[in-house]
Write a protein that binds this ligand. Structure first.
Ligand code: FMN
Length: 373
């Protein structure tokens, strides 16, 4: 039997992932001043012990006001680099590629953690907003605790573009192998793409080309400041969930991103307005895979599929169908940090526990033989 595609290495520029299972970015709200700490090392380190090919950190803000909450990781200051180094060293030592996601939350910043109960926080008027958030306009995201943004002037947009570039340089200095721009889920870049949130009439608004101008400039700044031999991803919301941006727009956008040198489009959806329960597509197994397939075929660019992908056979079927090149696992990795190793067992390509770190694998193989007797 030939090796499953999920466990076939994937080359991107000068970097090779040992397999195509990826830990999706997942914010944990455990940072102080944006620094990586023991929690992040253990939380993400266990996925490297679980032999995911690529392990993503959560979204890291490129400036303090670009955080979602005060507990988000950051790459906005050189003093944060060393804390990230400790993490990348460990991930790489265990055989995973170390990947990070850089972000600006825009009008979705300064908001509660997802599990905070609004009633316990007090009304917005009582001071939930901790810092002034910014956006394409003064329109808020429309969630109960969405703060009112200040509209960014053109010169401020150009400053943010530069900050994306500087954050990429810090990510390289910290030892990351892969960088991803968070351009999805209604955060700043997505706020500029959609005509629902971007009603500007300057060069950063108007038609699709105008609305794409800032996100493309940010992508270009990252590509310029990120080493040529290292791959760059971007996460997109293929549809914004509010009816302003659809798959055809995403394909046109992906073609421009490809021309800039983006290597993989990580294809998510939604998040622009309203409660997160207002979903753009019904959540069922692999609900966003059709978006990854449409972008891969429409823009002829590698894609990463994400969203309710639960086991090895499901992941393998997506790859075999040619719908995506990489498989991102979010909540299922929280449930099972050894997801990749278990998927390899399910797909019958690691019956001897050889993919496991030998300190575990040797014993598990021995136990298997004990059980056979
Ligand atoms: C706890 C948690 C935190 C998340 N944080 C981020 C994030 O920092 N950046 C991002 O792009 N997506 C984030 N997401 C979305 C996930 O990366 C993923 O796209 C989503 O959970 C769907 O995949 P799943 O069904 O495998 O969980 C988060 C999801 C969870 C559950």
């Amino acid at each position: 039997m030939s090796k499953p595609l999920l466990f076939t290495p994937f080359r991107m520029r000068g970097v090779v992932a040992s397999n195509r299972a990826v830990v999706s970015p997942m914010v944990q709200y455990r940072a102080t001043d944006g620094m990586v700490n023991d929690f992040h090392l253990v939380h993400l380190g266990k996925f490297a012990l679980g032999k995911f090919g690529i392990v993503f950190t959560e979204n890291c803000a490129i400036e303090p006001r670009g955080r979602v909450t005060e507990g988000d990781l950051g790459l906005w200051d050189d003093s944060q680099i060393d804390s990230h180094k400790r993490l990348t060293r460990f991930l790489k030592q265990e055989g995973s590629l170390a990947a990070t996601q850089i972000t600006h939350s825009g009008r979705k910043g300064s908001t509660p953690r997802s599990f905070d109960k609004p009633g316990e926080l007090g009304p917005k008027e009582a001071g939930w907003q901790r810092w002034q958030v910014v956006g394409p306009t003064e329109l808020s995201a429309g969630e109960p605790y969405s703060p009112a943004p200040k509209q960014l002037a053109a010169a401020e947009i150009e400053e943010i573009v530069k900050k994306f570039g500087v954050a990429a340089r810090r990510a390289d200095a910290a030892g990351y192998d892969v960088i991803e721009i968070h351009g999805a889920h209604g955060y700043l870049l997505a706020q500029f793409l959609s005509p629902i949130s971007n009603t500007r009439n300057d060069q950063y608004g108007g038609d699709r080309a105008g609305r794409m101008r800032f996100p493309l400039a940010a992508a270009k700044a990252v590509r310029t400041n990120w080493p040529e031999h290292k791959p760059m991803f971007i996460r997109v919301s293929a549809v914004d969930g509010a009816g302003g941006w659809d798959v055809e727009d995403t394909i046109a956008y992906a073609k421009e991103l490809k021309a800039i040198g983006i290597d993989v489009v990580d294809t998510s959806s939604g998040g622009l307005t309203g409660l997160s329960t207002a979903l753009p597509v019904k959540r069922s197994l692999g609900f966003q895979v059709p978006f990854a397939a449409a972008v891969k075929r429409g823009a002829e660019i590698p894609t990463m599929a994400v969203g309710l992908i639960l086991d090895g056979p499901q992941a393998e079927a997506i790859l075999q169908a040619g719908d995506a090149d990489l498989i991102a696992i979010g909540r299922q990795a929280l449930y099972d940090p050894f997801w990749a190793l278990h998927a390899a067992q399910e797909l019958g390509c690691d019956s001897d526990f050889e993919m496991w770190t030998p300190e575990y694998g040797w014993w598990l193989e021995k136990r298997k033989n004990n059980l056979r007797k």
